[in-house]
Design a protein around this ligand. Sequence first.
Ligand SMILES: Cc1cc2nc3c(=O)[nH]c(=O)nc-3n(C[C@H](O)[C@H](O)[C@H](O)COP(=O)(O)O)c2cc1C
Length: 363
Amino acid sequence: MWKNTEVARRLGLAVPIIQGPFGGAISSVDLVVAVCESGGLGSFGAHHLDANGIGDVASRIRARTSGPFALNLWIPLDDADDPRIDDAAFARNAQLLQPYLSELGLQIPQRPKRFAPPYAEQIEAVLAARPAVFSFVFGVPSQSVLKRCRALGIVTFGAATTVDEAITLEQAGVDMIVATGFEAGGHRVSFLRAAEESLTGTFSLVPQVADAVRIPVVAAGGIADARGIAAALALGAQGVQIGTAFLACTESNADSTHREMLFSPDARYTGLTRVFSGRLARGIRNRLMNQLQAHAAQIAPYPIQNWLTGMMKKAAAGQERSDLMSLWCGQSAPLLTHRDARSLMAALVKETSLITGGWASNS
Ligand SMILES: Cc1cc2nc3c(=O)[nH]c(=O)nc-3n(C[C@H](O)[C@H](O)[C@H](O)COP(=O)(O)O)c2cc1C
């Protein structure tokens, strides 16, 4: 029975389907609740939130579902938690975007005090909220954080883009691995080698990780329908994490311009780029991506570039300018048919049962 995997049993889920977290204010309580109430694990990407915001999200989810859910953070890489940059360097970075800011009727912004909330406060807020799952990307939390998670009964999910990263996570004591192939929408969450050197597809990565570690593996990247779920389970995964197909649902906090683009013919043409955030990420190719690519060497590091284009995205969305915003999207977007998270979940469950039931009756 495909539903009864180690991931489903450990988390008390009806089905081992995880809605991938979205950072950058694209997660929503509505989406988490819809997935939890449909028997899966809803996740909320909280890396843009401060401690109060994280506590508030957890309370709002709990008020609407008793199901388990995940809170997700980004582990700071290098000095990304609070980068040192002087005003002159910031002005040079912002200048590169000046033509696009003008098109959107925006001024070059002032440098903010911080580009993202402090991780140390975020992690305390996650522990205080005590979600069923703490999932994280871009590294490994400290031993003391992992120990406190174990003491609080919080299951930890670490993301791996290579076999080496999966082994590192297991050796650190992380409970489950999200093996993330390069088909996935959003950021390449590599932390041992450069993201550009860690580009393995889900079909190769999942069985290699499943062979290399003893802890359960969740497959992510390119899974958008029941065929993908069945394939991932056959490759040795104990669960799947689906992002783009949930991003496209009206319950997500992606703005309507972005969601419509996921169903457009342009979604066949995604690319991996650093130009939107300073880190490698997959999105639909558009004018901003193509033109900034010519200036790749001048792109500010994360989180500075992420902050700059994030500010632009709000204005671009309001003006329905899909050419001037990041359009995060995985390679399987052309498979999408559902715009409602509950109907997506129902179809995934029913169709995966049909496929895997067929396997049983053929044997
Ligand atoms: C817009 C967007 C934002 C994302 N943000 C995060 C994040 O903050 N943390 C995280 O662990 N994964 C993040 N992801 C990855 C997803 O949770 C999921 O693993 C991935 O989308 C799966 O691949 P798929 O898009 O092919 O389904 C993001 C993905 C997208 C599309």
